[in-house]
Write a protein that binds this ligand. Sequence first.
Ligand code: WQD
Length: 339
Amino acid sequence: MSKILVTGGLGFIGSHTVVELQNEGYEVVIIDDLSNSSENVLDGITAITGKTPIFEKLDLKEKADVEAFFAKHNDVVGVIHFAASKAVGESVQEPLLYYENNISTLVYILKELRKLPSASFIFSSSCTVYGQADELPITENAPVKPAESPYGNTKQIGEEIIRDTCKITPSLKAIALRYFNPIGAHESVEIGELPLGVPLNLVPFITQTAAGVREQLSVFGDDYPTPDGTCIRDYIHVVDLAKAHVIALQRLLEEKNKENYETFNLGTGKGSSVLEVVQSFEKVSGEKLNYKIVGRREGDVISAYADTTKAAEELGWKTKLSLDDAVLSAWKWEQKVRS
Ligand code: WQD
């Protein structure tokens, strides 16, 4: 079985991707520093797949530890790199923490991959790199705009580092996956987005409000130039997203890539407003949500949703799950966590 390293593999998207990798028969080794996850996520993965991945608690900022890991696991053929800090607001307050954690770790991993006879690398990027795109839906050729936060800048810089490294490393193939808005949880309710701290993102805030953990959802502005005045995003079910990672990895392992560095947008292709997400929640849960309209949030783009053509044509992948499926799965996970 091909051995795949998943960094940040106990995190939200990472754990769902580990499940899909194991379902496809890959041997998985996880590196996670547990700064935004928990070791008992391993139990959830095992409950779903019947297999427990190898787990090594490791801080990727420690260069010597990264070198030692690759010396021990020199049979790794692919890496899916999720490990990074990802809170937009926090990155504005702590830019150096974000540049250190998101950039130095990427450099150390790429240095090790360059030593392998062949390596396939999947990078967790974000639609954040586009900022407010001039044209919708957003294609991979849309211009990368000046980042609105150090977090977004680390994704842009990360992509450039990978591109430049691939240029001088014939044995290294890489794909950057630009996610839109991942939401939801595995249907088994064995894994999901761990509710660590006050949620920054919309859907966990909705489910925690409905669960009585939060008093009320604040809707950040309804005076945008959109049909109902609230911002539009492309909410993608995390399981659809996880499956795309396996497909992208297989593209590289089977050498079907056209360039040795490629980018793909991962979204549903459909935009949903904040109020439409609230309405979806009320419909699928049967719960009335307590929310109020407040002022705009600094840094929000008005509208972002993916052009899914390239992923459909090149990866043969498109989402199968709907907004309602994703919102319901998030609600079921919330109820499980609170039970
Ligand atoms: C979605 C919409 C908010 C919370 C961020 C990162 C992006 C990616 C996904 C990491 C916006 C509104 C939100 C709330 C609200 N993360 N909202 N009340 O900002 O599109 O993307 O998370 O890769 O990089 O930028 O997601 O869920 O925070 O916001 O009204 O309590 O919901 O204003 O319009 P966002 P989000």
